[in-house]
Ligand binder design. Sequence first.
Ligand code: F0G
Length: 455
Amino acid sequence: MPSLSSRAAGVQPDFRFRCIVCGDLSDAAGEDFRCAHCGDLLEIVYPQWQEDRPRALDLRSSWRERRLSANPVDLSGVWRFRDLLPALRRPEDIITLHEGNTPLYALPQCARLTGVPRLWAKHQGMNPTGSFKDCGMTVAATFAGQAGFRWVACASTGNTSASMAAYAARGGLRSLVLVPEGKIAWSKLSQALDYGAVTCQLRTDFDGCLTLLQELVRRAPVYQLNSINPFRLEGQKTLALELLEQLDWHAPDHIIVPGGNLGNSSAIGKALLEMRDLGLISRLPKLSVIQAEGANALVRTLREANGKRLVRVQAETRATAIRIGNPASWKKAAHVIGTTGGACEQVSEIEIAQAKAEIGAEGIGCEPASAVTLAGLKKLVRQKFVRPEESVVLVLTGNLLKDPDFTIGFHRGDLFQGSADENGSAVLDPLRRAPMVLDATLDAVMRTLEQAEKS
Ligand code: F0G
């Protein structure tokens, strides 16, 4: 099999790859997107900003103007911010599903529950395939096409595979999906199938799938679309740009994001630092990462190893999207948490389920992995890390419809039955809304309505 390293990523005039550890700069990246010298991860940097710094006022006004444009590139909530993304040789080759442009919702009920009145959710689950992955995928899939690849591939807990399969299909590329057998939500698997991916359910976990993929890309001419790919993170940066634009460039005090493989927190943190350096914001929000207790590699890395080495875990959580024990981007995430002064916390399965139902009761909903943000916020308020007068944005990463089994199991009372946590049912039962089977009579429905009114 010929090596494709020379065309793994096209040489662009306006950006370079920089190793996050040894700082080595290069014009091209190998197929594994790792530093040729020390093997660590790469990030994309824009050296020309030093001589010719984009002006904050100009950026803000052209981003605003593009909102009125009917140009397909401007209709994308990612490419609208293209001034801070790697330049394309042929803009007409962009693969887009009009991603981004996601809502920022106030959360009045959760605000009361947490005692933080200024609380919002940036709902990335409102993207075309239902998760934040689309914002990264439009950029990385476009660069895959531009580099001449026919095949793209990823390891996934479900959302990356759904997104990759969609963007590959739109761009005329073939896609290969590696997912842990029995450990991803059916809706996500169904998306990959419908969008035409070659889907392999491997008898391992996500970490095993990712290890295998890294070997595969060295042997076969496939372009990897995991978040190790720095083009993904450039696209995911736009979440923060769009959020700050929605807040009229007034930075919130806190942004809280779920942590799995830790690409998204890294991307948001990179955007915040770039926005500060370009004068788009005058102060940095604190970026906090929340993990499930059963998949808490970063929490343990920061607590037990002071962020110096990764503490791997055997991951187990019902929030299958973040069931990851060996997160690839842990160094990037640790860096942005440290630089922005954020926190890293963990939450229990019961806390996740409770928070998910509370977000659902706002008429918004999200998948379990996204709900760690609200559960984490409660903890950070108790610790006085977040104070009531501060403003907080939760990043909801996936749509409610991504994991209906969890939601139905929860409301029917099948989840956490006989839970070891004695407080579990006391906390969860009032939130459950089990469906009722009734005789088809007006009487039966009226009685139910009256009972509901009383309760
Ligand atoms: N939330 C959802 C809904 C996700 O799907 C993921 C990751 C995360 C949070 C964590 O983001 O990995 O950037 O820290 N899902 C990946 C996937 C791993 O394959 O779909 P992260």
